[in-house]
Structures are given as C-alpha cells and as structure tokens.
Write a protein that binds this ligand. Structure first.
Ligand code: HAM
Length: 430
C-alpha cells in the first residue's frame, strides 16, 4: 500500500460533524446581512499580486510575509487572496458598481495567509465580509456595528466586547505617526527588536505589540484621538452617540490600529475572552481612500469581516442552539414490491413536502441492518415499507429518537402526516 497523503499544514478539512455549526452560522449571516439590504457578490480566490500590495500595503505583515504568491503559466504574479476587501473594491471599480451610487455588498469564502498555525489561526480560513460604498457615515459605521450585534443575538452568543477607535484622515494619521515616532525614539532603548524595525516601516503597528515588557511604554504613548481634526473628531463622537442610542456597549481603545494600511477614521473589533490569544472574531473599519488609490473615483467606504473558524469555536464553546441538519425520515424497505415502490415514493414525498429531509436506504440488507443505519443517521422516524405494506399501499412510521408506537399510514396520507409532524409546508399540488 502506498503512503497516504496528508493535508497541507494550516489548511483544514471541515468534516460533516461540524455541519450543523457551519450551517447555523451561514443561515444566520445570510439572513442578517439581507435584513440590512446587503447584496451578495462572489469574487475570485486569485488576484494580481499588485492589487494586495497597493490595497493592504507593502510594509504590512500580510504582504511582506504571509501571501501565497506565485507566477502563473503566463508569467504574471498572482496571489491567493489574504482578505476580501481589495478584491471587492477591484470588482466594484471594474464593473462600474461604485460610481456615484451607494452599494452594500457582502461575500463569503476562504482566505489564505502563511501565518504560524495555532488555535484560531490557520493558513486557509474563512470570512464573511461586508463592504458599503458611497457613504461618508458615521450612520453606516453604526449600521454595520449594529448588524454584528444583531448577529450575536441571533446566534445566542454572549460576552463579545466591542472596541472602537479613530485613525483620522491620512493627513491626521501622518501627523500622529510623526508624534508617535518622536515619542518612541525618545525611549528607543525600551523597544524590542520587532518594534525597532517597525519604527522605520510601520510605527503604528508597534501599538499592537503584545510584549508585556513594552506595556507601560505604550500606555504612556500619545493618543491618536488627540491628533484628530474637528471633522474626524465629530465623526467619531457622532458614532459613539449613535451606538449609545442603540444601546450597544463599547470601549474606546486608542491603541487599536489594525494590520492593514487602508483604514481611515473608524476602526473596530469584536473580541472574546474565550478563545485564547486569537481573540478577534470580527474586525473592520472605514477606508475612504482605497477606491481612489486603486484607480476608481474617490468613494468613501466602510466594511468588516467575520472570522468564521473563530465564531464556530465560540458557538461550540457556548453550546448555542444549532440548526437541525439530520434527516427527518429514513426510508427502510425490503422485498420486490417494496423495492419497486420505494424510489418513486421517496421522490414523491420530497416533491409534496418541500424542506423534508428524507434519506432513502440504499444497498439492500436485512431490516435489522437497515434500522441500524437509520439510527446512526440521526433521523427522527423510520418509514418502513415491507412487502405486505407495499401491496396494500401503506407504510409504517416508527419513531427513532423517542419511545412511541409505530403506526400504519396510507401512502396517500403520508405527505400531510409528515408535513404536520415536522412543521413543514405542503406543496400546492400535494
Ligand atoms: P482582518 O482583521 O485581517 O481584516 O481579518 C478579519 C477577521 O478574520 C479577523 O478578525 C479574524 O477573526 C479572522 N482572521 C484573520 N486571520 C485569520 C487566520 N489566519 N485564521 C483564522 N481567522 C483569521 C480583514 O481581513 C479586512 N478585510 C476586514 C475589512 C473588511 N475591513 C474593511 N472591510
């Protein structure tokens, strides 16, 4: 036997036993995003490398060391997308979706970053992302934060903390950068190696350091909020007031800077204490300069992305109620007449009761072995068709999850009976 091949490090299979978690999240996300009028867009996994260099920033960790970049057979440098915003903006410009109008979009799918894998951090991971274009806010900033809060309520998740900050306009941010660099240069001997390197390239990211030895130094650093001009300050204050009005609790964290270069003004993160070091389950903010920077006309924008694996882990940790994805019915049958009737019966029932999950036995075998599979499938009832039932135009319904007597039901009455038992609608012509 030859050696079995294993998956690539940091790239996970998502197995059927996590199906109910994923399905619950996917359904909740789609219905919440749609409730706010966001339309789904589907974007390629592969983009020109140049796009991420220009959008995310040349001196970010993502672009410097985390992208899966290669030359395609035509000699172009392409990269697996490390995030969704750049591609969404690219598509918006390319198809004229952003010009002089408001667009509210969302997307879903895998992202790729060559990071050191650990709990909650993978090389292929999934995001649900949201981007709104053409709105200067801060009403749309608050709308998207409220969307997240609604999603947590809808899922039954608790304990998520919201942190917000404002990075100001590019000019204000540049002014702050100078202030910060002056301050840090004054205490350069207290910086660790990584921060000393960042002092030249991306000093704001130093604020993100988790090194306890630098905590005091960073706590005393100048605050970006003090560097905001009157308009940015008003934008931020209005956002805070709107969140207060909506009853959404938050903490202003002037050291929240984010790892991507495109942000202006509002940035935010939703954090949990239940997942260890990888504590951000959702992050985003405003990026008013990016559309122009990527060749579109100047368009304000605001968005965020949810980390699906982290939310799934939190849902599991909090045992939130899950969608039932196991079959309603497992069809068991034996004998010649039954074998002739069963396939058509299964199709007819699926037609007559939309939403019915009916797993039909395949592969023959004794009733006993079929019932074993029925039990293992998690189905609520077995629909049993033996030779005598098939001849008589009947079937037996046998509860599998709880005690209860089996009952004989005429095949013609089955749709109404199953629809009633499982709270499903009947098709118009049933
Ligand atoms: P991000 O903070 O890089 O932002 O990623 C968003 C979320 O994706 C994080 O909060 C985290 O939950 C999850 N995430 C990131 N990296 C990993 C990883 N290696 N493994 C597992 N989960 C991960 C963005 O991607 C921006 N595009 C968000 C945005 C949209 N800003 C504006 N619009």
């Amino acid at each position: 036997m030859s050696r079995a091949i294993q998956s690539v490090r940091g790239m996970n299979d998502i197995l059927p036993d996590e199906g109910a978690l994923w399905r619950t999240l996917e359904d909740a996300v789609a219905s919440v995003f749609e409730a706010y009028g966001y339309d789904r867009i589907r974007l390629p996994l592969l983009e020109r490398t140049e796009l991420f260099k220009r959008a995310v920033g040349e001196v970010t960790d993502i672009v410097e060391k985390e992208m899966y970049t290669f030359e395609d057979r035509g000699g172009d440098s392409v990269s697996l997308r490390p995030e969704g915003t750049a591609g969404c903006v690219r598509a918006g410009i390319e198809h004229g979706l952003l010009h002089n109008r408001v667009q509210r979009l969302w997307y879903a799918g895998p992202m790729f970053r060559y990071e050191r894998p650990q709990k909650g951090r993978y090389r292929q991971f999934h995001q649900f992302g949201v981007e709104a274009f053409g709105l200067t806010g801060p009403d749309v900033d608050a709308e998207q934060i409220a969307m997240c809060a609604r999603l947590w309520r809808r899922l039954g998740l608790t304990g998520l903390r919201l942190e917000i900050n404002s990075l100001g306009t590019p000019a204000e941010r540049a002014g702050y950068r100078d202030l910060l660099v002056d301050y840090l240069r004054g205490r350069e001997d207290e910086l660790d190696d990584d921060s000393r390197r960042r002092l030249e390239t991306n000093p704001l990211r130093i604020l993100d350091s988790k090194n306890p030895a630098m905590a005091e130094l960073l706590a005393a650093a100048p605050s970006v909020l003090d560097a905001l001009g009157p308009e940015s300050r008003e934008h931020f204050e209005t956002l805070c007031a709107t969140l207060d009005g909506l009853g959404i609790a938050y903490r202003v964290n002037p050291r929240l800077v984010r790892g991507l270069d495109y942000y202006t003004r509002t940035v935010f993160e939703w954090l949990t204490d239940e997942l260890g070091a990888q504590d951000a389950v959702c992050s985003g903010g405003r990026y008013d300069g990016l559309v122009g920077q990527l060749g579109g006309s100047d368009t304000p924008a605001f968005g965020f992305a949810l980390g699906v694996e982290r939310l799934i882990a939190l849902m599991a940790a909090q045992s939130v109620p899950l969608a039932d994805v196991s079959p309603h019915v497992y069809l068991v049958y034996q004998g010649e007449a039954a074998a002739r009737t069963a396939p058509g019966l299964a199709e007819d029932l699926r037609d007559a009761v939309p939403g019915l999950r009916l797993l039909a036995h395949a592969g023959g075998g004794s009733f006993k072995s079929q019932f074993k599979r029925a039990d293992r499938s998690g189905a609520a009832v077995a629909l049993v068709l033996g030779e005598a039932e098939a001849e008589a135009g009947e079937a037996r319904l046998k509860p599998l999850r709880d005690q209860g007597d089996q009952e004989t039901v005429a095949l013609a009455d089955l749709p109404r009976r199953l629809a009633g038992d499982f709270g499903l609608p009947l098709a118009d012509n049933a």
